[in-house]
Design a protein around this ligand. Structure first.
Ligand code: DP6
Length: 353
């Protein structure tokens, strides 16, 4: 019988940004973070893993192209950790279980969105890889254990194992055993919040998250202020806003944290610029939209929130009822953005999770 399993994992977009590691090998962060997991239907990685005693070595294909598995690298760490769990949790317990931990694996992963768009493909990719190996190995383990392993592939991946609103608690243990994601609320708690992804540029970013955040840790004093004095309170406040379904407060915190993350990038030496002129113009449009919405006669509450990761593309969170208006506003203000006209350029990821 073939030993094979296929699993998908969605993309997540952070509202409180992870930026900085205290341990680069285990991928332990300098601060906690919180994200919204997007709808599976729109943005996901799907991974098939197969184990066979006839395979000579572990091999990996990404979108149909074979990639090297670097010894000691993140991919090889994740595969080794999953094989270890298979041995400990299944084979050592049940002598009749096939010794899959001794077989090599072939892994094929596809994204249903353009990788070049700079949309957290490593997050959904490592989450799908971990989930697919867990299914292949029939691991009787909770998502927490998988979150700990996905984290070692890419930090943000530990959050994609849960739907809805997800916190990654930084933890304090040197082993990293307390540094995994937890669900703050399921997608059903607040299905009204939608995400719109505006692909400002689909060219690959200049500075990768991994090297950028390391440089920030080494050179930015603003990062130290952020870690100590800003993020802990924001984690509490945004969790409370989510539990209360308070979009106005959620939006205020999300935008402030995106802006502080990009300020910390700018405070890095040499400085890192992830946003471009179009990104900044989108900020201006959303800020103006909210300024009008905040007038007492218009209800006095924010109607949209922008956030940017390590690239120029905007993600706009908003209640579903505002999305039509926001899309037409973005299309109208940026007629020169051809990408906003094609289906991958500008689309909504309905629901959270
Ligand atoms: C700006 O998870 O890609 O998107 O752990 O080095 O793989 P590594 O970094 P990665 O960083 C994501 C940074 C971010 C913010 C976030 O998703 O929280």
């Amino acid at each position: 019988a073939p030993y094979i399993a296929t699993t998908s994992a969605p993309v997540n977009i952070a509202c409180i940004k992870y930026w900085g590691k205290r341990d680069t090998k285990l991928i332990l962060p300098t601060n906690s973070s919180l994200s919204v997991t997007l709808d599976q239907d729109h943005l996901r990685s799907t991974t098939t893993s197969r184990a066979d005693s006839a395979f000579e070595k572990d091999r990996l294909w990404l979108n149909g192209v074979e990639e090297d598995i670097k010894p000691g690298g993140r991919m090889s760490t994740c595969i080794a950790e999953m094989k270890r769990l298979r041995k400990e949790l299944v084979e050592d317990v049940d002598a009749s279980a096939p010794a899959l931990s001794t077989f090599a694996v072939h892994i094929a992963s596809y994204n249903n969105f353009p990788t070049a768009a700079g949309l957290a493909s490593s997050a959904s990719g490592f989450a799908a890889l971990t989930a697919s190996l867990a299914a292949l190995y029939a691991l009787p383990c909770p998502p927490t254990a998988l979150s700990l392993i996905a984290r070692q592939g890419s930090g943000s991946a530990c959050r994609s194992l849960y739907g809805g609103f997800v916190a990654w608690n930084a933890g304090t243990l040197p082993s990293g055993l307390d540094s995994h994601a937890v669900q703050v609320a399921p997608e059903t708690h607040w299905p009204d919040i939608h995400a719109l992804i505006c692909v400002v540029s689909d060219t690959k970013k200049g500075t990768s998250s991994t090297s950028g955040m390391q440089r920030t840790v080494e050179t930015s004093s603003l990062l130290q202020h952020r870690i100590k004095n800003v993020v802990p309170q924001r984690m509490k406040d945004i969790s409370a806003a989510i539990l209360a379904r308070d979009f106005d407060r959620f939006a205020e915190i999300t935008m402030a944290d995106s802006n502080q993350f990009h300020a910390v990038a700018l405070d890095t030496s040499p400085p890192i610029f992830y946003m471009n002129d179009v990104s900044r113009a989108i900020i201006a449009v959303v800020e103006e939209y909210n300024r009008v919405a905040l007038l007492p006669e218009n209800g006095g509450k924010r109607k949209a929130a922008y956030t940017y990761d390590a690239g120029p593309n905007a993600v706009i969170y908003a209640p579903a009822a505002n999305m039509k208006e926001i899309i037409s506003m973005i299309v109208r203000y940026f007629p020169q953005q051809d990408a906003f006209k094609d289906p991958f350029g500008l689309f909504g990821a309905a629901g959270a999770g």
